[in-house]
Design a protein around this ligand. Structure first.
Ligand SMILES: Nc1ncnc2c1ncn2[C@@H]1O[C@H](COP(=O)(O)OP(=O)(O)O)[C@@H](O)[C@H]1O
Ligand SMILES: [Mg+2]
Length: 415
């Protein structure tokens, strides 16, 4: 089968690696990266140039296009592909609003009784400012639209809430995404990510994962795209899972149906496990990155069969099967990330990694050798009989790899 995967990070590398584990499909990737180019033909088209992606997919007669990142989904790439008669995996623009608009997501949660933080929506700065003055602290301020994972501010004081509102609503730090804000109650508890395949009727949750958002050990430093993950989460016990599946996951599909939205693809549930039970923080309309890097290696099914079942509406005939091993992914980032960093730094030692798979997030090939090409560079992923074993193997891999300025957390999986 001739497949195009849209995206170019560690998540896309993991998706392609997983597809190739089952069969030697003919895979292309737009734009891909250095590591992906070992498994797929990389084509230099930007995922956000949805016209160009659709035209390319049509011209090259792909049997299937998998759209992995949020922007092209929200911009309507799947709609475009579908109207050109190309099978595309991922939600339509309308369905992707569960991620693209936090106001819409909260509206769904409230209307259909999905447990979430209490909140108010504002499109007027003065009213929002007056409201936060009466809120207990901390309070959470969220830009409505996509903001590269930077549109959420946890505010300890009224002053910091006011400056977050100013930056989002008046200075338009995230452009149109800040036309509206959600101001919500601060929730406490461990955070768990659950991905699920959805064909519009049936929803099949995958195994849980936990991310490490902060740059440094002990959850210190600025937020990042994710510095590492592990799966499964021990906090996601059977009891929590039953509650989450009933009150959050199933209710979401029912809510979408009631709203007349057909959702086909992956839904990511970002949950906070509070003392009052699991509450939903947000949806993503896609595989998480780096959650995919620990969940997909544990999935025993042929990924393509599951994808086909989503497209055909036959997910009720699939049972997901899981490897009992634990997976750990340690992200190696460029020096300076998530701030300024340089690209083009040579990477060595990749061939010495024995017991881990290295998913490339931001690499390129230059003169036949790998160089860094992004903030997050590699995701070193290992399976083990328990978390200690998986950590040992992943960090043994990390220790073989060198690039100037590399930084990574040493505590992935210890939470
Ligand atoms: N109500 C809340 N209470 C406590 N922490 C929150 C709350 N909402 C979000 N967060 C924290 O902020 C992070 C980012 O928020 P999220 O809603 O996932 O937006 P995004 O991923 O689009 O930036 C979450 O992963 C969580 O750690
Ligand atoms: Mg999030």
């Amino acid at each position: 089968m001739k497949i195009l995967v849209v995206g170019g990070g560690g998540r896309e590398h993991a998706i392609i690696w997983k597809l190739k584990q089952s069969r030697n499909h003919d895979i292309y990737c737009a734009p891909g990266n250095g590591g992906i180019s070992e498994l797929a033909a990389c084509v230099p088209i930007k995922p956000t140039d949805i016209e160009a992606v659709a035209a390319y997919a049509k011209r090259e007669r792909f049997d299937l296009v998998i759209v992995a990142p949020d922007d092209p989904l929200y911009m309507g790439l799947v709609d475009k592909l579908q109207s050109a008669g190309i099978r595309a995996f991922g939600p339509t623009a309308q369905a992707a609003r569960i991620e693209g608009s936090k106001v819409y997501a909260k509206y769904l949660m409230k209307k259909y009784g999905i447990p979430t933080a209490e909140y108010e929506v504002f499109d007027d700065f003065a009213k929002a400012a007056a409201y936060v003055k009466g809120c207990p602290m901390p309070v959470v301020v969220k830009a409505d639209g996509l903001a590269l994972g930077k549109g959420v501010v946890i505010c300890e004081t009224v002053d910091s809430a006011l400056s977050a509102l100013k930056e989002i609503m008046l200075d338009k730090m995230f452009g149109e995404a800040g036309n509206r804000v959600v101001i919500e109650e601060y929730l406490e508890g461990p955070e768990v990510s659950v991905l699920a395949f959805c064909d519009g009727k049936t929803i099949l949750p995958m195994q849980s994962a936990q991310d490490h958002k902060r740059a440094y050990d002990g959850d210190k430093g600025p937020n990042t795209g994710g510095m590492g993950t592990f799966s499964p989460s021990l906090k996601y016990t059977d009891e929590v899972r039953n509650a989450a599946e009933e009150t959050i996951i199933r209710r979401t599909v029912d809510a979408l149906n009631a709203e007349g939205v057909l959702y086909k693809g992956v839904i990511f549930f970002g949950m906070m496990l509070t003392k009052d039970g699991p509450k939903l923080l947000e949806y993503n309309a896609r595989f998480g990155d780096p959650e995919a890097q620990v969940v997909l290696p544990r999935l025993k099914n042929d990924l393509l069969e599951v994808v086909e079942a989503v497209l055909n509406g036959t997910l009720d005939r699939i049972t997901l099967e899981w490897d009992d091993n634990v997976a750990v992914c340690v992200v190696m980032a460029s020096g300076g990330y998530p701030g300024k960093y340089t690209k083009g730094v040579p990477i060595s030692g990749l061939n010495n990694v024995r017991e881990a798979v290295v998913f490339h997030a931001g690499t390129a090939v230059k003169d036949g050798a790998y160089v860094t090409d992004g903030g997050r560079v590699l995701g070193v992923t290992a399976l083990g009989t328990d978390i200690q074993d998986a950590r040992k193997k992943a960090y043994a891999g990390v220790n073989e790899i060198f690039f100037e300025g590399a930084h990574y957390r040493t505590d992935i999986g210890l939470k």
